[in-house]
Design a protein around this ligand. Structure first.
Ligand code: 5AD
Ligand code: FES
Length: 368
């Protein structure tokens, strides 16, 4: 559990609604698959136990109707923590001279996949910082190797912003999915979180390109990042409504001690759970992970995430020797556990709330 105080509703600028009105807005969100931004902001700012329960029950019923009691698992391989960017929130930012850098070789990654397949993973997520060593050519080689060895498995990339031609090459080499959190859909808030050389417009263009090329695409944001308000979150929901991604990853912001945001408050568990439920209601077929950040701020974070409407978990397949070095935030869960231990632990956790692990690619279903 974090040593930092939790951020509460004071960061949210819209005023609270009476519970009855909140419930009516949740019903309307379900029927219309979206709300006008001011209404969405008010609903988010009205986060309270009654509305969380109402939204949570609805979200879980929607997820069960779509996906049954199955939870998809994806094996996360954090293959490089070098990064050319300097995002203020992130522990592996270029400016953090204390970060111990590592890169997995192609053979290392292949070994992770082999262990992953043995453990029942049929999706491999290659996640890394924006590492110039991993040129398009090197990425293509890596993707081809995995594709050849595991023709039935899905390959997901999470390596940040590149130009359209690069994404096209990855697609042709056999990658199927791409995760790129937009971080915030509000221009001025984007500036609070990132240095001047990064742009929200470029990030959104990347997401558009990925979708157009055919990738199953995931966007997402941190909950309770510095400066975030209910209005910003309403922008995120509107953006997601337009993009219609296959996946949305959200988790609480957690400060990292060697970043400019070291002394900022972390995001709240309750708000994260509430937003998971609202996302499920807005877009019923979404793949929604119960993230490691959520598991980090509460011992039953993943289980609570599932109960709020999540249907994916992405445990770590990286070798234990490098786990603690992929440190985006403090206190990250599961850094000491072997992949096999994590897999068994997760299975028990998922079963403890009445769900089971699905062995399979877990492709996004057709939309209604
Ligand atoms: N707290 C929580 N999440 C973080 N991320 C990066 N830094 C932090 C942090 N301090 C998230 C970002 C990024 C994803 C890989 O991890 O949203 O896109
Ligand atoms: Fe990793 Fe429990 S999920 S050890």
């Amino acid at each position: 559990m974090g040593q930092y105080q939790e951020k509460d509703m004071d960061v949210l600028e819209a005023s609270r609604l009476p519970v009855g009105e909140g419930r009516r807005l949740i019903d309307r969100l379900e029927q219309e698959r979206g709300l006008p931004k001011p209404k969405m902001a008010a609903l988010i700012a009205s986060n309270c136990s009654e509305l969380r329960e109402y939204a949570g029950a609805k979200a879980r019923a929607i997820a069960d109707a779509r996906y049954g009691k199955g939870i998809f698992i994806r094996g996360l391989i954090e293959f490089t923590n070098y990064c050319k960017n300097d995002c203020y929130y992130c522990g592996i930012r270029r400016g953090n001279a204390k970060a111990k850098r590592y890169r997995l070789s192609v053979e290392d990654v292949m070994a992770c996949c082999k262990e992953g397949e043995r453990l029942g993973f049929r999706t491999f997520v290659l996640q890394g910082g924006e590492d110039p060593y991993y040129t398009d050519g090197r990425m293509v080689e890596l993707i081809r190797r995995i594709r050849a060895a595991y023709p039935e498995c899905a390959i997901t990339l999470s390596i940040g912003e590149r130009e359209r031609e690069s994404y096209e090459r990855f697609w042709e080499a056999g990658a199927d999915r791409y995760l790129l959190r937009h971080e915030t859909a509000d221009e001025s808030h984007y500036r609070v979180l990132h240095p001047y050389n990064l742009s929200l417009a470029h990030r959104m263009q990347c997401l558009k390109n990925l979708k157009e090329i055919g990738f199953q695409t995931g966007c997402g944001f941190m909950v309770g990042s510095p400066g975030q308000t209910a209005r910003h979150l309403a922008e995120d929901f509107a953006f997601i409504g337009q993009l219609r991604p296959e996946m949305v990853g959200i988790g609480p912001f957690i400060p990292h001690h060697d970043t400019p945001f070291a002394n900022e408050a972390r995001g709240s568990l309750e708000l994260t759970l509430y937003l998971l439920s609202l996302l499920r209601i807005q877009q019923p077929d979404l793949l929604l992970p119960a993230t490691t950040a959520l598991a980090t701020i509460h011992p039953r974070g993943r289980e609570l995430g599932i109960e709020a409407g999540a249907n994916v978990v992405m445990p770590n397949l990286s070798p234990t020797g490098v786990r603690d070095k992929y440190s985006l935030y403090d206190g990250k869960a599961c850094t000491g556990d072997e992949a096999a231990e994590c897999r068994n632990c997760l299975e028990r956790r998922i079963e403890s709330v009445g769900y089971h692990v699905v062995v399979g690619r877990g492709d996004h279903r057709g939309r209604i």
